[in-house]
Design a binder for this molecule. Sequence first.
Ligand SMILES: Cc1cc2nc3c(=O)[nH]c(=O)nc-3n(C[C@H](O)[C@H](O)[C@H](O)COP(=O)(O)O)c2cc1C
Length: 221
Amino acid sequence: MNTAPPGIRAQETAVTHVEITPSILYFGTPVVLLTTENQDGTFNLAPMSSAWALGHTVVLGLGRDGQTAHNLGSRPDVVINLPAPAQWPAVERLAPLTGRNPVPSTKPDGCRFEPEKFAAAGLTGEPSHLVRPPRVAECPIQLEARAERVRPDVSGEFVIVEAVVRKVHADARVVVPGTDHIDPTAWSPLIYNFRHYFGLGPELGHSYRTQTPRGSHQVPA
Ligand SMILES: Cc1cc2nc3c(=O)[nH]c(=O)nc-3n(C[C@H](O)[C@H](O)[C@H](O)COP(=O)(O)O)c2cc1C
């Protein structure tokens, strides 16, 4: 007899799930490239994917020992650059590099110090308007921001950064002409899905709150 509450399946029918203990929980978030200012006035560039937006605040989760976290603790200017899916090789070229010298023991094996990360990745810096670190010219969306709060996470291994966006630059090809809207059919983030890179698949539908509706993509009645 099914004694489970309404909407909850009885345990004996829930046969499709297994309990696992994965080493990571990176369930698919957009990759961003952060540019920050080093102590000597040069600039660091680092990929990360634990990023999400709350209004005009972007929340970033960063390893405590990385150069990016160190920089943001003292120099709050940051550019949050959003690469397109085709740029994943440049992102991956940055993956084993740190701007921290000497390399902290907490970094994974094979991680090495690299002071010239733009050149190492084959990317180009261009001046920002309101903050000191440069934008990544090749990234279709660039958010100039300021880290207003930097605090340790509950584990002590990471810092949580709340960065308030001050200026948005978008490649005209991903903007709905004559508006301030990103065209979701023209823009795709680069998604980091359990340490593999993906773009978006075809559109499935849209929220009732979209400002760029398309007739055939409403939720079915
Ligand atoms: C696709 C991708 C996503 C990553 N996501 C994160 C992340 O969310 N947080 C983090 O601290 N490091 C992340 N990393 C690892 C950092 O890029 C790496 O630790 C790098 O050495 C940091 O550079 P830095 O020490 O110069 O700041 C990611 C790396 C890649 C390639």
